[in-house]
Write a protein that binds this ligand. Structure first.
Ligand code: ADP
Ligand code: MG
Length: 577
């Protein structure tokens, strides 16, 4: 195993590392440190939060600067005051056996004169937020014209926060021949642009694995218009036929109202909030435990007592006021070694909150689209087929079979299957074929016809394996990656349903995917992968759908849908679950 010593670090640092209790370098550390110690180079390093990036740039930086002078040689830019202080603190710990190293933090919201004073005393390294740094440069109280190293830490986050112009200004005050080391968790276009514009042939490092605890909850958000929250919630439930979920609302009133609407619309839903009697709450909890209730709508306070292990989804119908509360909510799923999904329904104006939560939980959200009507129909259709396959035949029907054969006489197997499936399916189809899409437009990659496999963008696939085969989104992703010999990022949007799943790859990989699964067997079973059918919607139709949809959406309770009133079946939701 590689040790810190092997990486070429000097003894003063090795002693500090021993004090910190770091036993061996993390991946980003053993990849970056020798590289940065070895030559003067620019670097782009992609690594998730919690992978030890601070030391990856901190150790080489401390070894390379010259202590004992007053010249500022290193500048570290980081997005927030907290990170700025954290990095400063870490670097001070790393350099504790080094004489004459001064590291100064520069950030907004604190006395600028005090910070200026500290710099004047001589700071070889400045750790700064971009806004305050720019301010200090303009006032002439800091000189970065001689820096040799510039670190852009959490570059994606800085750009997200709108610091591009500030960074540009700051860099224009630095020497052309310095080395720039960029660290980022993700590589959006904006980061790539920075790398291109301000760096020279940067070396690149990508680190695959997080070492911050096993991640079992996937966080997703769905952007909708303010009035579309409820129809969006229904779609999320419809697109996940096996869902077993807590739906969080902010107020008792909303909780009651949403639960009632869901019940009226034929879902197995229940409410849990403080205005209910103890007895009512116990009833709801018991029904939920027995899975008679699949969507438990709850307030945060009432949900504290929920101790159910196999919740598949947490749905945030509205975001809570406190980030802390979000952590509690999402922690209801992904328990006892299972994976879970926490979904958030948000409006555009709430997106800032998502960013704040991401920082707090140190995990990224996936932006997902509310499933289209066609997608839901597809999911329901497969779900129905597998339900038919898995249904145990009731011996009581034997006596009636002769009469039934009479009725169905003349229908061959094909026709019979089509009709049988249509009985249930038409209800979804009739409803969803007339509704508009919710949320924002699909990306172009999602708009392709089922027949023609797109040659660019990404391709969505159907696979006939799912939760019933013991997969969750994580393990299915791993299985696909290993089977296909692909990298982690190559398989994405993995959605597992009970007996089937969906996933995406880039279009250039689709020949490989389809070829690999052409005659594929797993433990004797035929595994099928097909390109998911998702018809092209052109602009014209979409407009028309939208107009109609406005009237139709949310109409389930009217009894006009499909084959008749759903209430007939008394709150049961036969088509859905
Ligand atoms: P990042 O900047 O990638 O989010 P940090 O540099 O903040 O990660 O490191 C995350 C945590 O891991 C910190 O508490 C840090 O002290 C610790 N850490 C860093 N490197 C190591 C290592 N090699 N061994 C053990 N712990 C480490
Ligand atoms: Mg960091």
């Amino acid at each position: 195993m590689t040790t810190f010593k092997d990486l070429g670090l000097q003894s003063s640092l090795l002693s500090a590392i021993a004090d910190l209790g770091f036993e061996s370098p993390s991946e980003v550390q053993y990849k970056a440190i020798p590289l940065l110690l070895g030559e003067e180079t620019d670097l782009v390093a992609l690594a998730q939060t919690g992978t030890g990036k601070t030391a990856a740039f901190g150790f080489p930086l401390l070894q390379k600067i010259e202590a004992g002078t007053t010249t500022t040689q290193g500048l570290i830019l980081s997005p927030t005051r907290e990170l700025c202080l954290q990095i400063t603190n870490e670097l001070q710990l790393y350099s504790k056996y080094e004489k004459g190293v001064n590291i100064v933090a520069v950030y907004g919201g604190a006395s600028i004169t005090e910070q200026a004073k500290q710099i004047k005393r001589g700071a070889q390294i400045i750790v700064a937020t971009p806004g305050r740094m720019k301010d200090m440069i303009q006032r002439g109280i800091v000189n970065i014209s001689k820096i040799e190293y510039c670190v852009l830490d959490e570059a994606d986050e800085m750009l997200n926060m709108g610091f591009y112009e500030d960074i540009k200004d700051i860099l224009s005050n630095t020497p052309e021949d310095k080395s720039t080391w960029l660290f980022s968790a993700t590589m959006p276009k904006e980061v790539a642009q920075i790398a291109k514009k301000f760096m020279h042939h940067p070396r690149e490092i990508t680190v695959g694995t997080k070492n911050a605890g096993a991640v079992t909850v996937q966080h997703e958000y769905y952007i909708v218009g303010g009035r579309d929250r409820y129809p969006a919630l229904k779609r999320l439930a419809d697109a996940n036929p096996g869902i077993f979920s807590v739906v969080f609302c902010r107020t008792k009133r909303d909780t009651q109202r949403i639960a009632e609407k869901l019940i009226e619309d034929g879902y197995n839903a229940g409410a849990l909030h403080g205005d209910l009697s103890q007895n009512q709450r116990d009833l709801a909890m018991n029904a939920f435990r027995k899975k008679q209730i699949q969507l438990l709508v709850a307030t945060d306070v009432a949900a504290r007592g929920i101790d159910v292990d196999d919740i598949t989804h947490v749905i945030n119908y509205q975001l809570p006021d406190e980030i802390e509360t979000y952590t509690h909510r999402s922690g209801r799923t992904g328990r006892a070694g299972k994976s879970g999904i926490s979904m958030v329904i948000v409006t555009r104006s709430e997106l800032r909150k998502i960013k704040a939560i991401e920082r707090k939980i140190q995990q990224d959200f996936l932006e997902k689209k509310i499933p289209t009507g066609i997608e839901i129909c597809e999911i329901q259709l497969y779900h129905l087929a597998s339900r038919i396959r898995d249904t145990e035949v009731n011996p009581e029907i034997d006596d009636y079979l002769p009469a039934i054969y009479d009725v169905l006489e003349g229908l061959d197997r094909d026709a019979l299957i089509k009709k049988m499936v249509s009985v249930e399916f038409s209800r979804f189809y009739n409803y969803y074929s007339k509704t508009r899409d919710l949320g924002y437009q699909m990306s172009s990659s999602e708009e392709y016809s089922g027949k023609a496999i797109p040659s660019e963008g990404s391709v969505r696939y159907f696979i006939n394996m799912g939760e019933r085969d013991g997969f969750d989104w994580m393990s299915l992703k791993d299985f696909l990656r290993e089977t296909l010999g692909l990298e982690k990022e190559d398989v994405f949007r993995v959605d597992t349903k009970d007996s089937f799943s969906f996933f995406n790859t880039e279009a250039n990989l689709s020949p490989l995917v389809l070829e690999t699964f052409k005659d594929f067997k797993l433990e004797g079973r035929r595994i099928k992968v097909e390109v998911s059918k998702n018809p092209v919607r052109n602009g014209k139709n979409r407009k028309r759908d939208r107009k109609r949809g406005r009237r139709k959406e949310g109409n389930f309770s009217s009894g006009k849908v499909g084959t008749g009133s759903r209430k007939r079946k008394k709150g049961k939701n036969p088509g859905f679950f």
